[in-house]
Ligand binder design. Structure first.
Ligand SMILES: Cc1cc2nc3c(=O)[nH]c(=O)nc-3n(C[C@H](O)[C@H](O)[C@H](O)COP(=O)(O)OP(=O)(O)OC[C@H]3O[C@@H](n4cnc5c(N)ncnc54)[C@H](O)[C@@H]3O)c2cc1C
Length: 371
C-alpha cells in the first residue's frame, strides 16, 4: 500500500504543502489533513478583523476546499494523542489514523490562568476566529455603558488588540471604551527603547492606558487584582499573556523543548521518530530557539514541502535556515502602525499601509489556489 501522509493543522507553515498537495496525490501518496475548522485564519490580520478593517473572508484560507479539490482527505477534528511507536494518531473524537509520515503545524494557545468557565467576558488573542465574537461582545456591552477593558499582557498582541478595540468603537460611532493594558513591570519588554516608546505613544495619545505597576495576580468576573493587592474593575478582559505550543506533544511523551514544543532538528524533523515533522509555533527548533512569530512559520514552508516529499520518497532532507532579522510591523488600529527593520523605524499611517499591503498580498497568493 502507498505511504500515507498526514498533516495535523493547516497553519502558516503548511501553506505551501497544502498548495502543492496534488503533487503528493499524483504520485500515489494518499494525504489526510486534520483540522478543527474548514478554514485557517491568518493571525497577522486578526487584530485588523477585530477592528473591522477586514471581514473574516479577507483573512482566512479555505483549507478543506483546497485539500479536497486536490484529491486529499480533510478530517474535521483535533488530534489529541500520538503513538509514535505504532505511528497512530488519535483524535479527540476517538478516531484513529495511521501514518507513514506526519507533520504538525498545530500552533499555540494562550493559557487561561486556571479560570473557571463561569467567568464571563474573558477572551484570548487566540484562536483568531474568536476575535470576531469578542468584537461583537465589546460593541454590545459598550453600546449600553462605556465599558472598561483590561488587557492582560504587555507584548505586541496586547498593543494590537488595544488599538483595534479603540478603532472598532470609533468606526461604530460609539463612545471610546476605557482601555488599560496591564503590562506587568515593563511594556514591550523585549523590544528596543525606540520601538517601545513609539508604540506606547501611539496608544496613549488615543487615550489607552498602559499600567506597569506590577503583574496581574488574578482575574474574576468584573475585576482584576494585581500582585500588589490593587484591584481594578473591568467589564471585559483580554488574555494576551504569551502563547504556549500545542500540548499534544507533552501529553504524548514525545521529545519536547523547554517550552513543550515538539523538539525538531535542522530538518524540522523529530530525531527520535524520523517520520514526524513539524513547523510554526508548535515546534522547538533545537539548533536555535525561534520567536513565536508567523515569519518563521512562513519561512519553513518550502523546507517542509521538500522534506515531506523526500521522506516519502526516501530521499535526503533539506536543512532549514531561519534567516536573519525580520520585518516587524504592528497594526495599532485607527490606520496607524509601527514598523521596525534593523535601524529603520517608522510610525503612523505609512507603517500600517505597508503592513496592509504585505498581508493582503500574502492572502491573495494563497487564496488564489481556492479558485
Ligand atoms: C493577535 C496576534 C497577532 C499576530 N500578528 C503577527 C504578525 O503580524 N506577524 C507575525 O509574524 N506573527 C504574528 N503573530 C504570531 C503568529 O500568530 C504565530 O507565530 C503564527 O500564528 C504561528 O503559525 P502556526 O501556523 O504555527 O499556528 P496557528 O496560526 O495557530 O495555526 C495552527 C493551526 O492548527 C490548527 N490546530 C490547532 N490544534 C489542532 C489540533 N489539535 N489538531 C489539528 N489542528 C489543530 C488550528 O486550528 C490552526 O489552523 C501574531 C499573534 C497573535 C496572537
Amino acid at each position: 500500500m502507498s505511504k500515507h501522509l498526514v498533516l495535523v493543522g493547516g497553519g502558516h507553515a503548511h501553506m505551501l504543502t497544502l498548495a502543492n498537495l496534488h503533487r503528493f496525490t499524483q504520485k500515489g501518496y494518499p494525504v489526510s489533513v486534520i483540522g478543527p475548522s474548514a478554514f485557517h485564519y491568518y493571525s497577522g490580520m486578526g487584530p485588523g478583523m477585530l477592528g473591522k478593517t477586514y471581514a473574516p473572508d479577507d483573512i482566512r484560507f479555505a483549507t478543506q476546499k483546497v485539500v479536497e479539490q486536490q484529491g486529499g482527505k480533510f478530517i474535521l477534528g483535533k488530534a489529541a494523542h500520538i503513538d509514535p511507536e505504532n505511528a497512530v494518531l488519535t483524535l479527540e473524537s476517538g478516531e484513529q489514523i495511521t501514518y507513514d509520515v506526519v507533520s504538525f503545524n498545530a500552533g499555540s494557545y494562550v493559557p487561561r490562568l486556571n479560570l473557571p468557565s463561569s467567568v464571563e467576558n474573558v477572551y484570548a488573542v487566540k484562536p483568531i476566529e474568536r476575535l470576531l465574537e469578542a468584537q461583537e461582545r465589546i460593541l454590545t456591552l459598550n453600546a449600553k455603558n462605556r465599558i472598561r477593558v483590561a488587557i492582560l499582557g504587555g507584548g505586541p498582541s496586547a498593543a494590537e488588540i488595544a488599538g483595534n478595540i479603540k478603532q472598532v468603537a470609533d468606526i461604530s460611532d460609539q463612545q471610546p471604551p476605557r482601555i488599560t493594558i496591564f503590562a506587568g513591570k515593563r511594556f514591550m519588554a523585549r523590544f528596543s527603547e525606540k520601538v517601545r516608546s513609539k508604540v506606547a505613544q501611539s496608544l496613549t495619545e488615543r487615550g489607552i492606558r498602559i499600567d506597569t505597576s506590577g503583574y496581574v495576580q488574578s482575574l474574576s468576573s468584573g475585576s482584576i487584582t494585581l500582585e500588589s493587592g490593587q484591584m481594578h474593575d473591568c467589564d471585559l478582559a483580554f488574555l494576551a499573556l504569551g502563547v504556549k505550543p500545542n500540548p499534544i506533544f507533552t501529553h504524548s511523551n514525545l521529545p519536547t523543548g523547554p517550552d513543550g514544543g515538539l523538539l525538531v532538528n535542522q530538518y524540522l524533523q523529530c530525531e527520535q521518530y524520523p517520520q514526524i515533522f513539524g513547523g510554526g509555533d508548535c515546534i522547538y527548533f533545537e539548533p536555535q530557539p525561534l520567536d513565536k512569530v508567523g515569519v518563521y512559520a512562513v519561512r519553513q514552508n518550502p523546507v517542509l514541502l521538500a522534506n515531506l516529499m523526500a521522506a516519502l520518497d526516501d530521499r535526503p532532507l533539506q536543512a532549514f535556515d531561519p534567516g536573519g532579522d525580520y520585518l516587524l510591523i504592528f497594526n495599532l488600529g485607527n490606520g496607524l502602525g509601527v514598523l521596525q527593520k534593523k535601524w529603520l523605524l517608522l510610525g503612523g499611517k505609512p507603517a500600517f499601509l505597508i503592513k496592509d499591503y504585505i498581508d493582503r498580498k500574502f492572502m491573495r497568493k494563497f487564496q488564489a489556489i481556492e479558485k
